[in-house]
Ligand binder design. Structure first.
Ligand code: PAF
Length: 281
């Protein structure tokens, strides 16, 4: 398996592929799980060559403790990738390679997409994500790049990023992969105790019920109901529940038949922050 560390190495492997061959990129921060595997399988099935990047991006962490605790497992990750396909190109650069001019973010105009939910609770997060994704897209120049819908807000922001920066790539959103109790797969789940991991199944169960209620109830009454559910589970601290328009990510005012809506949730399980979302119609 090819594991490349520098832009120079990457370019020297990608250039000979030429423009006729399709190239898929799956950007990750490592600690690979079944959710990543589903993105990578899709990229492999749709492209001649697949690049998986593994880079824990410091500029998207608003909380330095969270960055310190982020799992680092390059050896295990490479092992997982080898099992998926030995032809994957792994790009695992050091920080200096991605940020040669210092570890800072670019400021983007995301049209308010970055001001709600994750953006409101994680200052600077989406400028950090935008910065690293822009660098990766320009380095790899993929035909398609794959992102999970668990980070649905991130997905919408990356679609906006490629529009404003005029980057010629198809951004592909892939469905959330879940643990047997419904908990969305995340590298953070490893930090949960077995008891809490089981209890965290409540997050998806609540979203599913919210979806059922959406046909007949107002967004406010659904959100109040969700808040009450979590009051009964003190180990799970609700940070936010929002019901928004899928395109603008603005909170729903009045349901319109021709619009799509989604519910978004963030919950602390002890000190582990978990997010999830569901399509409502
Ligand atoms: O979703 C992630 O893992 C990260 O935000 C990404 C897209 C790899 C950028 O660092």
């Amino acid at each position: 398996m090819l594991v490349l560390k520098t832009e120079k190495e990457l370019k020297s492997h990608l250039l000979p592929l030429g423009n006729e061959k399709s190239l898929g990129l799956v950007p990750t921060m490592g600690a690979l799980h079944h959710g990543h595997a589903s993105l990578i399988r899709r990229a492999i099935s749709e492209n001649d060559t697949t690049v998986v990047s593994i880079f824990i991006n410091p500029t998207q962490f608003n909380n330095q403790e969270d960055l310190k605790k982020y799992p680092q497992s390059l050896k295990e990750d490479i092992h997982i990738l080898e099992k998926l396909s030995s032809e994957i190109i792994v790009f695992a650069p050091p920080v200096e390679e991605m940020y040669p001019n210092g570890v800072t973010s670019t400021s983007y105009q995301f049209n308010g997409l970055d001001e709600v939910m994750e953006g409101a609770f994680r200052d600077g997060h989406f400028n950090g994500v935008g910065t690293v994704v822009e660098v990766l897209l320009k380095l790899v120049n993929p035909t398609k790049a794959y992102f999970g819908e668990k980070d649905f807000q991130q997905l919408q922001i990356i679609k906006r990023l490629v529009e404003i920066k005029d980057i010629p790539v198809d951004i592909i959103g892939c469905p959330i992969v879940r643990e047997p109790n419904g908990l969305a797969m995340s590298s953070r789940n490893e930090r949960l105790s077995p008891v809490l991991r089981k209890e965290a199944g409540l997050i998806y169960k609540t979203l599913e019920t919210a979806k059922k209620r959406f046909g007949t109830e107002s967004a406010k009454s659904i959100m109040d109901w969700v808040k009450n559910q979590f009051k009964e589970h003190p180990n799970l601290k609700l940070e936010y529940i929002e019901i928004t328009d899928v395109e603008t990510l603005m909170p729903i005012k009045r349901k319109q038949d021709n619009r799509k809506y989604r519910a978004f949730i963030a919950v602390y399980a002890d000190e582990v922050r978990l997010i999830d979302n569901i399509a409502l119609n």
